[in-house]
Design a protein around this ligand. Sequence first.
Ligand SMILES: [Zn+2]
Length: 207
Amino acid sequence: MEIAKIKAFNKNVDSFIDKLLPELEDIYKDLHRNPELPMQEMRTAKIAADYLTTYQYEVTTGIGVTGVVGLLKNGEGPTVMLRADMDALPITEATGLPYASTLVTRDEEGTEVGVSHACGHDLHATWLMGAARLFSEHRDKWHGTLLCVFQPGEEIGRGAQGMIDDGLMDRFPKPDIILGQHVLVGDSGTVRYRSGYHAAFANHCFP
Ligand SMILES: [Zn+2]
């Protein structure tokens, strides 16, 4: 779907997004500069939790180690869960970008590794923060319950299970639908979508 068509949907929201973009760009660059390995996303989780708190979400942290859930109740209606992953990869960044990661950290085996957002989860977390603010500040345009989930450890397949084992589906309203997203190579200015498995941690989905 073309972004232009989505934008035409609501001019009000459109101009709000334009206003939001500089803030989101700052958040994105900060997350990109400060990547964290799977299950070590303490800093990223705090940024997400603080952001959700600012926009009146009920925030729960430390779910499955570093997972964050923001809950926004807005009357009767469906429960929608929006999910973003937060973790980075043990890859040294060589993009030369002014906001490139130069961090070196230790993995779970204690080995020193470069770390970078080579899979784009910094974008995912940023997008979810933007969506969280947009929905919070346009509560007159929708009704229902919104859950914003910041998930740890996608790259090693432990984060989602960790959150579920820690009661994600019991401690919060059960979602009618869960929406995730992953940045992919594609035409600029377009959004692609599908249901079912996509950009999934394949060992779990296709045993
Ligand atoms: Zn990824």
